[in-house]
Each structure stands twice: as C-alpha cells, then as structure tokens.
Design a protein around this ligand. Structure first.
Ligand code: PLP
Length: 444
C-alpha cells in the first residue's frame, strides 16, 4: 500500500509513523506504539489530545453553522472570542482572525504599514527584527525571520535580512555577562534604527521568548522594557509575535506580561485552539486602531476562513477549559518542576550546554564541550539524532535549528501539554534521559 504520507510529507526521505489517535499527553500510532507528546506537536496541543469538551463544542457549532463569510456575517463565537482576547491584554482594541501564525504576522505587518501611511508617513516601512527569530513561512513573515534554513532559498524576494542582535545570554553576541552587560543587545535596536533612519522604520517585531529558531531564548531582565522605551523614543511600533508564547504557554497569558510590556500589535496562534482547529489572530492597540478608524477606516486583509465560526467556537472552548482548570497557574507550577528536572539532566549529561525558558516552554542547547561551549560539527546532526532517538524511546521533542548560520545551533524544545501530571513529567524526563545517554554514546 502506498502510504498517503509519501505524498504529503515535506522531507521526502523521512519515515513517519502513522498516527491512530491521541489521549491526554499520549499519541498512538497504527502499530499501537505509544509516544509521550513532549512538545505538544509544534507547541500547539496545549490541552493534550482527545478532549471531549472541545470535541463537543466543535460538534455543537457544526450543527448550528460552521461557515459564514467574514464580509457577510459575524457570529457569537467570533464576537465573544474577540472580546475575551482583548480582555486578556488591556490596551488592545481590535482583533482579526486568520488561520495561521504566519498570516497573523502578515496582518501585523500590513497594519503597521497602513498605520504610518494613514499618519502621512508612508516612507516609514522598514520592519526591524532579530537575527535569531522566526515569524512564519509566508513571504512577508519569512522576510522578517532570521531562520536561515527556512529563508535562504528565497532571500532574493524577501524583506532585508534581520540585523538586530539576539538576546542570547549563553553566547552573548557582545561577549558580555548578563549582570554587567548594560543590555547591549537591546541598545542594538537603537543602533539599527539610527542606521536605517527613524523616519524609515515602521516597526520592530520580536518573539518574547524565541521558539523555533532559538530553543526558548529568554531575554535578560529589563530587555523588553528597554526595547519598548527605544520604540517609543523613535516612534517605531512594537509587534509582539506571541504565536508560540501566547495564551498561557509561558505561565502568563502573554509572554510580554512577564515584563509588563504593552506592544502595539500582538500576533497569536498555535495554542489558541490547542490544535483542535486552525485559527490565529492579530490584536491591535487603541493607538493603531484610532488612527486607522479616523483615516480610511478600511483594512485590506483577510482570508476565506477568517473568523470561521467553527474555529472560533473551538478556540472559545479552549479558553474556557484553560480558565476553568486554572491552567495558566498550573503551567507556572509544573514549569518549575520541569525546569528542575531538565537542569538535573543537564548536570549529568555533558552534551547539554544550556537550559532556558519559562513556564512549559524550555530549550536545551547541545554542545560538544561544555566548558568551551563549543558546538558540534553541524554534519553530525546532533539535534536531529536526539529527536529521532527520543522518538524510538516513545518521546516526541522538537528540534530547534534556526541558528545554524550564526551558531551551530543544535538545540531542542521541550514543551509538553499544560495538563501533564507529575507521573507523566517523570516519564518524559526518563525517556529524555535515556535518549541523551544513547546519543552521547553514539558520538563517542
Ligand atoms: N511566529 C512564531 C513565533 C512561530 O513559532 C510560528 C510557528 O512556529 C509562526 C509565527 C508561524 O506560525 P504558523 O506555522 O502557524 O504559520
């Protein structure tokens, strides 16, 4: 039998197990093999798999009405969801629904450009971003992404390459120490704004914690406060890409809440429906929306499935579940235990150089020599080896490879569903422990 996956998988030579079903934090393939979902798929399945409450919400909405078009109808599900989202981020004023994180980034960019056009400054159109970053795969979003592996084939048609220094304390780009660095990485934004000319710069986009390309790079204290201040000083919009960090993943509703920083635009996606239906959103602040409302009053973006009642109802059910079960607080508590377990693993496995993150979003960077912080030869594909070894041991983890042009970048993300319990956490750690041991032995 030809496996359908032969026709649809992006890596043509890879062998994927064929999933049968999921239950809680586990997935089962058609052979009955069990996998602990240690990264919630792509940091999406925040509530785990097979949750009846969400399936019921999907069923009820499908019976009522599952599709209406955004220029003809709105729906109670879409309206309530928009309201609930802005309530979680005071200062936000308007929400627009799309289908993926990449589209949310696209709308954020369009809104930023439109804002400056309506303010009579159309020449403000550069969007600055950091060298280690990922904001999506569509061409606009990829243009502001520093993810070498994903962008290098298309550089010729993309926005200028991201140039702002990464906030990467383990390998500080300025060779400084966090206690005494004076946040030079934040100052680099100011330098890049001045180089470009503030009258040319529309926005700065950043992930609160860098996910896919930085394995949970977490900024030093004070970083985003300083970034906000620089954006204000140079009249540059701040776009928070909360596609991975938003809606509870880091132990706050939004990643930026850790530092009380209010962005002008916020992109969310992934965990918004916990994987039960594709949906993402862009939230815009009063500042942006007042200008656009008083100006043209029109926003030209949107897709066939924007505001789809079915996806909105599912996303609402997900928000209900998170709130009713106090899952954001739970992420904070479980995250502390997970961090301790990962640090314990790092203390016994010499190939783990750094452990970083917040809540249930953690990265582990893998190194050839811990004292020297030297990277593995990229040909050894150490992160990929760890991911496939873990898979053989019944654990799914996510490789993070966006740093490969700047650093060798062998790293993984560990980000289990919010609902993981103590015993499952232990099991996850044991499977990771075994996998790290096997990979290290294979490299000897
Ligand atoms: N932004 C961030 C921070 C992401 O992590 C991702 C996906 O990994 C995206 C944007 C793109 O989202 P999507 O894959 O849903 O288009």
């Amino acid at each position: 039998m030809v496996q359908t996956s032969m026709l649809i998988k992006p890596n043509l030579n890879a062998q994927y197990p064929v999933v049968d079903y999921g239950q809680g934090v586990y997935l089962y393939d058609q052979q009955g093999t069990q996998y602990l979902d240690g990264c919630s798929g792509a940091i999406v399945a925040n509530l785990g798999h097979g949750l009846k409450q969400i399936a019921d919400a999907a069923y009820e909405q499908a019976l009522k009405v599952s599709f209406t078009y955004r220029t003809q109808f709105t729906s109670p599900a879409a309206e309530t969801l928009a309201q609930r989202l802005v309530e979680k981020s005071p200062g936000m004023d308007w929400v627009f629904f799309v289908n993926s994180g990449s589209e949310a980034t696209e709308v954020a960019l369009r809104l930023a450009w439109q804002y400056w056009q309506e303010r009579g400054k159309p020449e403000k159109r550069k969007v600055l971003s950091r060298r280690v970053s990922y904001h999506g795969m569509t061409l606009g979003a990829l243009g502001v992404s520093g993810h070498y592996g994903r962008r290098h084939r298309y550089n010729w048609l993309l926005h200028e390459e991201p140039a702002v220094a990464e906030a990467y304390c383990y390998r500080c780009p300025f060779a400084l120490e966090p206690e005494s660095c004076g946040l030079k990485c934040a100052d680099d934004l100011e330098r890049k704004i001045r180089q470009a000319g503030a009258d040319q710069v529309a926005a700065f986009i950043a992930e609160p914690i860098v996910g896919a390309s930085g394995a949970a790079l977490t900024p030093p204290a004070g970083y985003f406060e300083k970034i906000r201040e620089i954006c204000d000083r140079y009249d540059v919009l701040l776009i928070a890409d909360e596609v991975m960090t938003g809606l509870g993943r880091t132990g706050e509703w939004f990643g930026m809440d850790h530092w009380n920083v209010k962005p002008d635009l916020i992109a969310v996606g992934k965990g918004m429906s916990a994987g039960y239906s594709p949906i993402a959103a862009i939230m815009a602040s009063e500042r942006v929306m007042e200008t656009i409302r008083a100006g043209s009053g029109v926003g030209v973006f949107g897709h066939t499935y924007s505001g789809n009642p079915q996806s909105c109802a599912i996303s609402l059910a997900v928000l209900d579940y998170v709130e009713e079960n106090g899952l954001v607080e739970q992420v904070r508590e479980t995250g502390q235990r997970m961090e301790a377990m990962l640090r314990q693993l790092a203390s016994v496995h010499g190939i783990v150089g750094d452990v970083r993150g917040k809540g249930l979003l953690f990265g582990m960077e893998l190194v050839a020599d811990r004292a020297k912080k030297s990277c593995f030869d990229s040909k050894l594909q150490v992160a990929n080896r760890l991911v496939s070894t873990a898979m053989q041991n019944g654990l799914v983890i996510y490789p993070s490879q966006g740093m490969v042009d700047l650093y060798a970048g062998d790293a993984i993300l560990v980000a289990p569903p919010f609902v993981i319990n103590e015993q499952e956490l232990q099991e996850m750690t044991e499977r990771l422990d075994k996998s790290l041991k096997q990979v290290a032995q294979g490299l000897e």
